[in-house]
Every structure is written in structure tokens, then in C-alpha cells.
Design a protein around this ligand. Structure first.
Ligand code: V47
Length: 364
């Protein structure tokens, strides 16, 4: 395999990866540019096995999207709707409580909850959501509100970012999911989501969360109009932030789904690009403990292969995924524990059930 990497002209990057040396931004761009997927995958697998051995993590989780009403209306998003749209919805706190109650018999350890940027829900609605979930399921870890939502809550509460994070933590928030990052480049934000919190604003919220003791994840929405250089610039901003705070747990590349979006003329991502995003991220983000292959977006089959291309985590049972399915995802809306175990085992990895913070709950 070393020969294959040399032949692809990536021998210098192989040496760095083998020596545990950081690769440069230029190296990252070269990895994206090379047509030799197998070579990039080989490099990523070295890092993956060094960091996570043969383990592949999953979690028993539940997704709740409390409302799709959003003032940002990003061009790549099929989920967000104007308040007056026929497709707009908003769950009451009791409806969210009911969603939690319905699944109390299942061994769910994490509730992943995000929504749009709602124009007029009061701050108390969000704290009431946390309280209601905790009342129903006191032990559950709530991973909720993207950095974009946190910036909005900081504004409407008047508490500022640090203040609101402290307050939400007190009410039961356990960690912050990686959504809303999209592509940090100001050019991409201007063209696709001009109203959204800026890339540097997103990073500032994440770093503040780490400062108050909340872990966060990070994502990148790829496969629309971004350049390869902009992808690596995005990864580089994350790597620099992680050098400062060490608060990110996982990076999740999100494959763009064009259906029902304002960018519906674009094609879906290819399998090669999906694997490359995982593999390059694994090589570049040397300070991120985990890389997730999110089966909802790239499918079960590719997630399985991704476990040999840098990924060490397949997310979890999920259930009732809405954001990607509104944009045309043809994957299932939930997987059972047995399906996840089979997916991981057949990839030749050892399944590990984890909690949100990667504590081991069950190993098989
Ligand atoms: O924030 C929006 C993206 C995100 C589309 O932190 C789209 O562990 C693809 O962030 N095609 C929500 N993606 C999902 C997300 C996530 C999922 C799983 C785990 C974690 C984690 C985070 O989906 C949004 C946005 O960036 N998105 N529209 C679309 N058409």
C-alpha cells in the first residue's frame, strides 16, 4: 500500500502521517484533488486506527426537531420554512414532552434536538423544553441547539453567549451538536445563507461553549458550490479552534441533498466525494478524536465502507430524522441496535455503544 500512495504522488504526506506530523493546508487540498481514493483512504485509516484502534462507535439516540420555522431560509435547506408557509410547524413544550414519553421504554441515552431560527418564540420556551425533557427522562443527555441557535438565544435572552450557555447548562443542556457550520467561507455564506451567523461567529460560539465546559461537534455541508480550497479552509478553522480549546468531540461531514432546496439544480454527491470528505477530514483534523459517518446522509452501505476510510462512528438509531429527508434522502428514518451492530461487524470493526461523551456503555 505504501507503494500505491507513492505512486499517487503522496509519499511526502504518507511520511508525515506515519510520523504523526501535522499536514498543511496545501496537503489537504492535494488530498482532495487526487483521483486516487484508495491512497487517501489508506492514509486516513492509519490515523483512524492510531486514534480509535478497531473500535466503531454508535449511540442509542432520538432526534427531535421542535420547529422548522426559520428566518434564515438558507438556499441549501429544505427544512426551514417561513412562519406563514403551509408546511411550517411548531411543537408545544407538551408535544415535545410527549415525543420523549412515547419512547421511554427504549434505552435512549441521548436526545438530539435542533430547530430553525424562530422569529418570536420567547427564551423561556427553550429552557422549558430542556426542563420538560429532563422531567420525563432525568438521565438522558440533551445535545441541543446548534451554535447558530445559541447565538440567537444569546440575543433574545439578553444574556450574551457565555451567559446563555451557562443558563442552558443549568437547565439541563449537556452538549451542542455540530449543525449550522455549513461552509465557513464568507463567499459561500453570502451566496447560500447570507442571513446566517458568520463562520467566525459560529467558531466563537463553539469556543465559548468549550470555555464553559460544554463539548460540541462540528459539521461541514459539502457538495454544493464550495471549492476544494474552501473545504480545507473550513477544516483549518476547526483545527485552529480545537488547538485552543480541545472541546470538539466529533467532526461530521454532511453530504448536500438538493431536492426541495433552492439549489435543486445541483446533483447529489458521489460516493467517491463522500468517502474523500471523511478521509481528508481524518488526515487533516489530527486534534479531533472522532470522525462520524452519518448514515442518514450517506446511507448504510457507504457508512460501512467509511469505517475503513477514516470514520470511527456511525451516529446512532436516530429515529424520525426530518432535515435530510425533506431534502430527498432515501435512507431509513431510524435503525435498530441490531442493524447498527451488523453494519459495524460486517465492516470488520468492533461495535461499541457509547454515550454522547464517548464513555463506553456496551462493547461487543
Ligand atoms: O445544520 C441542511 C445540514 C444540519 C441540508 O452533531 C443539510 O453529531 C444536507 O447538523 N442536505 C443538521 N445537509 C444535521 C446535523 C447533524 C446531524 C447528525 C449529527 C450531528 C452531530 C449533527 O444539516 C444543518 C445543516 O448544516 N443541512 N440542509 C441538505 N439539504
Amino acid at each position: 500500500m505504501d507503494f500505491l500512495v507513492q505512486k499517487a504522488g503522496l509519499g511526502d504526506i504518507l511520511e508525515k502521517v506515519q510520523d504523526g506530523e501535522r499536514i498543511s493546508v496545501e496537503d489537504g487540498v492535494r488530498l482532495f484533488q487526487t483521483p486516487d481514493l484508495l491512497a487517501v483512504g489508506y492514509l486516513a485509516n492509519i490515523v483512524r486506527e492510531r486514534k480509535n484502534a478497531n473500535n466503531a462507535y454508535y449511540i442509542y439516540n432520538q432526534h427531535i426537531n421542535y420547529s422548522n420555522i426559520c428566518t434564515n431560509l438558507c438556499k441549501f435547506c429544505a427544512f426551514g420554512k417561513d412562519k406563514d408557509s403551509d408546511l411550517a410547524y411548531e411543537m408545544s413544550v407538551d408535544e415535545v414532552r410527549q415525543k420523549v414519553r412515547e419512547r421511554l421504554a427504549e434505552p435512549i441515552t441521548e436526545i438530539h434536538m435542533v430547530g430553525g431560527i424562530h422569529p418570536d418564540l420567547p427564551y423561556s420556551y427553550y429552557t422549558d423544553l430542556l426542563k420538560a425533557i429532563k422531567e420525563e427522562r432525568p438521565e438522558v443527555h440533551i445535545q441541543a441547539f446548534t451554535c447558530v441557535e445559541i447565538a440567537h438565544l444569546a440575543e433574545i435572552s439578553g444574556l450574551g453567549v457565555e451567559g446563555v450557555l451557562e443558563d442552558l447548562k443549568k437547565e439541563g443542556l449537556g452538549s451542542i451538536p455540530g449543525g449550522g457550520a455549513e461552509v465557513f467561507s464568507p463567499r459561500i455564506r453570502e451566496l447560500t445563507c447570507e442571513k446566517k451567523l458568520s463562520g467566525s461567529g459560529w467558531i466563537e460560539v463553539a469556543k465559548t461553549a468549550h470555555k464553559v465546559g460544554l463539548h460540541t461537534n462540528a459539521t461541514m455541508l459539502y457538495g454544493h458550490i464550495e471549492t476544494l480550497e474552501e473545504r480545507v479552509e473550513h477544516l483549518n478553522m476547526l483545527r485552529e479552534a480545537q488547538d485552543e480549546t480541545n472541546g470538539f468531540l466529533a467532526f461530521i461531514p454532511l453530504a448536500f441533498h438538493p431536492k426541495n432546496t433552492e439549489l435543486s439544480q445541483l446533483s447529489k454527491t458521489s460516493g467517491v466525494d463522500d468517502l474523500k470528505n471523511i478521509a481528508v477530514a481524518r488526515c487533516f483534523l489530527d486534534n479531533f478524536p472522532h470522525i462520524k459517518a452519518y448514515w442518514v446522509m450517506i446511507g448504510q452501505k457507504l457508512s460501512q465502507i467509511a469505517l475503513s476510510y477514516g470514520a470511527d462512528d456511525v451516529d446512532g438509531t436516530v429515529k424520525e430524522e426530518i432535515i435530510t429527508h425533506m431534502a430527498g434522502a432515501e435512507t431509513e428514518q431510524a435503525l435498530s441496535r441490531e442493524q447498527l451492530l451488523r453494519l459495524i461487524r460486517e465492516a470488520g470493526r468492533v461495535p461499541i455503544e457509547r454515550d454522547t461523551l464517548y464513555n463506553v456503555l456496551n462493547s461487543y
